[in-house]
Design a protein around this ligand. Structure first.
Ligand SMILES: [Zn+2]
Length: 219
């Protein structure tokens, strides 16, 4: 089993409001969403609510982020100051298509009839009370999938700033469907931004870069 544990550090100071592209609002669509099923470890109602809200918001975020990227290819070619430039670096066709594909996979999976089985404050591979571990999932899974939410997940802000509950779900989904990695030295906003600036080919493979991209759109 290929467990991909997520480490999350506190947000580092970083100028977040870099201006840029207007967020295109997704059109209202018929409610089709992944089915969330709770393991017995999620007996606490507040835990279930936090997971449900994070999954729902990640669904909206991934749709909006995909549309933003997909609808602005021409504009992004000019490298305007934007969240895309910050988190994925200067425009290059292959990297752009990678980003679009990952976001497309995440939004598709979160809008599918697949079942997400949630485990709360439990993880088979890592000490789940370690503040560094937020959540985990198996990489490269088709169809139904499992997500483990560790103690640190429930201490994160729901959806404001970097390192949020909703962003953590999106991060995990990029592992599950987009085959992203947690690149050593790429954790946290400052490191992830450095990847985008200096090694953008790695930034588009790093799950945190997707998370921060989407979180910045909603700051
Ligand atoms: Zn990860």
């Amino acid at each position: 089993m290929d467990i991909t544990p997520v480490s999350s550090f506190n947000s580092l100071p970083l100028a977040r409001r870099l201006g840029g592209l207007a967020l295109l609002l997704a059109l209202a669509q018929p409610a089709m969403a992944v089915n969330v099923v709770y393991d017995g470890s999620c007996a606490n109602a507040p835990d279930r609510l936090a997971v449900a809200n994070a999954v729902a918001r990640a669904t909206t975020w991934s749709n909006d982020a995909y549309n933003l990227v997909n609808n602005n290819e021409q504009a992004l070619r000019n490298n305007p100051p934007s969240p895309y430039l910050t988190w994925f670096g200067t425009f290059e066709q292959g990297r752009y298509q990678r980003v679009r594909s990952v976001l497309d996979g995440v939004r598709f999976k979160l809008s599918s009839n697949s079942t997400l089985t949630a485990y709360c404050r439990a993880n088979p591979a890592v000490p789940c009370n370690n503040p560094g571990y937020v959540a985990a999932t198996n990489a490269r899974v088709r169809g139904d999938f499992d997500v483990w939410f560790c103690n640190a997940f429930f201490a994160l802000p729901a959806n404001v700033g970097f390192d949020t509950q909703a962003g953590s779900v999106l991060h995990e989904m990029t592992h599950s469907i987009g085959n992203t990695e947690d690149i050593p030295g790429g954790y946290g906003p400052a490191n992830a931004a450095n990847l985008a600036t200096n090694t953008p080919a790695r930034a588009v493979d790093n799950a945190d870069n997707y998370e921060f991209f989407v979180e910045q759109l909603y700051d």
